[in-house]
Design a protein around this ligand. Structure first.
Ligand code: ATP
Ligand code: MG
Length: 264
């Protein structure tokens, strides 16, 4: 396996190689379902077509989503294994800025992986505690980060409309949320959350997935890039939330992908 220092800063595939390395290590540690690599590979292919950068269209989605999160009554960030591994730290920073919990919620749920991922998030939270607050954050960073709750093992809530382990959630997290950020979510669950009347923000590189099509706002971007931008946008004092045409945003993403040849 490549060591970090062996990949030159200028290597065009650096970010992609580092992401793969993190996922392989997390998989070896038993933190990911077998299908995690396949899901990642599907995402990578779409990111290649996007030119591995945040499009203007995705930037608008991120801005809109950040406003939804800060103006929500009970926002929550729902994370799976790949999300924790790739963007866990940034999402803790986002939770601290928004003032919301993070819930580990897995499609292929096992109590070992849920507690393993909660452990990873708790460790990342300790690191974030001693880091600088994001620019523009005027409250006490230490206490804001300290109060980010990491949920997931309570199993005291249910997502109505789903059967079996897939319906399990936390009553103080997903169940009682009005706005939910779900990076890399599965289509069935996204549809179920929307039909419960929740506003769902998805981060998904595939504009054609059921998740992307069912979500209230879809950010067609890589989860780490999008999470970083969500943190800075959540701190902007900006105009109100306007109407959002998600289908138009998905079309724009597909158009960008379709014109990839003209950018190489
Ligand atoms: P759906 O269930 O929504 O129809 P799917 O079954 O095609 O989607 P899943 O395997 O359920 O896909 O979920 C993986 C999704 O996450 C894919 O759409 C993939 O493009 C996306 N994805 C994978 N890695 C990333 C990443 N790093 N950033 C953003 N999206 C990603
Ligand atoms: Mg799926």
């Amino acid at each position: 396996m490549l060591e970090l220092g062996e990949i030159p800063e200028s290597h065009p595939r650096r970010a992609s190689l580092l992401a793969r390395k993190k996922l392989v290590e997390a998989s070896d540690a038993g933190l990911l379902a077998d299908s995690a690599m396949i899901a990642h590979g599907r995402g990578e292919a779409f990111d290649y077509l996007l030119g591995e950068m945040t499009s203007d269209s995705a930037s608008r989605a991120i801005k809109h989503a950040s406003k939804m999160l800060v103006s929500a009554k009970s926002p929550v960030i729902s994370v799976n294994g790949n999300t924790v591994v790739l963007a866990g730290k940034e999402l803790i920073r986002l939770a601290a800025v928004v003032g919301c919990p993070i819930e580990v919620n897995l499609y292929y749920r096992t109590s070992e992986r849920v507690s393993g991922l909660i452990g990873v998030l708790e460790d990342l939270k300790s690191e974030v505690l001693s880091e600088e607050a994001p620019e523009g954050f005027n409250e006490d960073w230490f206490s804001s980060v300290s109060s980010v709750e990491i949920l997931g093992d309570e199993e005291d809530g249910r997502i109505e409309g789903l059967e079996g382990p897939r319906s399990i959630c936390s009553s103080n997290g997903i169940e009682s949320s009005d706005v939910i950020l779900v990076p890399l979510e599965d289509g069935d669950r996204c549809e179920a959350l929307v039909s419960l009347g929740k506003k769902v923000i998805a981060i998904d590189l595939n504009p054609l997935s059921r998740t992307a099509r069912a979500a209230t706002v879809t950010i067609v971007d890589e989860v780490l890039r999008a999470s970083k931008k969500l943190v800075s946008d959540a701190l902007l004092i900006d105009e109100d939330v306007h109407d959002w045409d998600n289908e138009a945003a998905l079309r724009e993403a597909l158009e960008i992908m379709g014109s990839a040849m003209s950018r190489v």
